[in-house]
Design a binder for this molecule. Structure first.
Ligand SMILES: [Zn+2]
Length: 299
């Protein structure tokens, strides 16, 4: 049976870019609500432990690591892989190449120091590596990462590159640098793309469909969740006037998501990124997508 990749983006519910964009005030709300992250991460660790000691990759936001160093240590002590989710939760296209590279270096350094393990994997906030930021690939490599999971191969209102592969591939710069890219699970049917690997898509789709697609996959698929999505106590309180879509994105399915994950973990095999990266890097069949842009290299 295929073992899929299980990953978590470790951040607070109010860190998400779409939520910030919609309401503009969630930062304040989050500060007023209090930070639920340590308890949410502990709940994930218990769930994985109850499932027989499943190991996962946790892409931790640098600002979260700075605020909660004990969370990173607990994850590493539990034998899980630590990855990097950037320093702040900014979209890559909204920061300069210099600031982006600095943030990656700071966050990776902090995570390595706290975890005592080499941090090889990176995931950009909100899947924001795409054609618009060709320089980002060189920045991720220059910051010391050897694999990446930052490209969403389907179109969404905030991110996505629907023409890029749904299976692992090499992202190359015109200067000849290569970065192993592992996108999240997306089913492609002709021109249609159906994301099912995590987040809101995973919560909205029928459990039987997610289970079927993962069970029938012939190679490991990348799944991802946020600890706050597994908190049955919905995020909030949300500011007055928060649009329905923003409420739905934060609240839909969270009451049932722990149970869903428990069922998936008992039915299917899951593993960390680092368990699959070596063999993928050596696979000569992986396709290459070459990014071309005026600004190919991070400064
Ligand atoms: Zn994130």
């Amino acid at each position: 049976m295929v073992s899929h990749v299980l990953s978590f983006d470790v951040e607070n519910w109010f860190d998400g870019n779409l939520h910030r964009r919609w309401t503009g005030r969630l930062g304040e709300t989050g500060a007023a609500t209090g930070d639920r992250l340590p308890a949410e991460v502990d709940a994930v660790l218990s769930l994985l432990s109850e499932a027989g000691g499943v190991k996962a990759t946790f892409f931790v936001l640098g600002s979260v690591a700075a605020a909660h160093p004990e969370v990173v240590r607990r994850l590493a002590d539990g034998g899980h892989e630590i990855g990097c989710h950037g320093m702040e939760h900014d979209l890559v296209r909204e920061v300069t190449p210099v600031r982006y590279l600095e943030g990656l270096r700071r966050a990776r350094g902090l995570l390595q120091e706290l975890s005592g393990q080499p941090v090889a994997g990176h995931r950009a906030p909100s899947w924001s590596i795409d054609r618009r930021v060709p320089w980002a690939v060189a920045a991720v490599i220059d910051a010391g990462f050897s694999y990446d999971s930052s490209v969403f191969p389907a179109r969404t209102p905030l991110y996505g590159e629907p023409s890029w592969p749904v299976a692992p591939f090499w992202l190359a710069t015109s200067a000849g640098k290569h970065l192993l890219e592992l996108p999240p699970a997306v089913l492609r049917l002709g021109p249609l793309s159906l994301p099912y690997g995590g987040g809101l898509y995973w919560r909205v789709l029928p459990f039987a469909l997610v289970h079927l697609l993962l069970r029938r996959a012939s190679s490991p698929r990348v799944t991802y969740l946020h600890p706050w999505e597994l908190n049955p106590e919905p995020a909030g309180p949300l500011p007055a006037g928060t649009p329905f879509a923003a409420r739905a994105a934060l609240h839909w399915g969270v009451k049932h998501s722990r149970g869903r994950l428990r069922r998936l973990l008992s039915a299917l095999g899951f593993q960390e990124f680092r368990a699959v990266v070596g063999s993928l890097s050596a696979d000569p069949r992986l396709p290459t997508v070459t990014l071309r842009g005026l600004e190919d290299e991070a400064a």
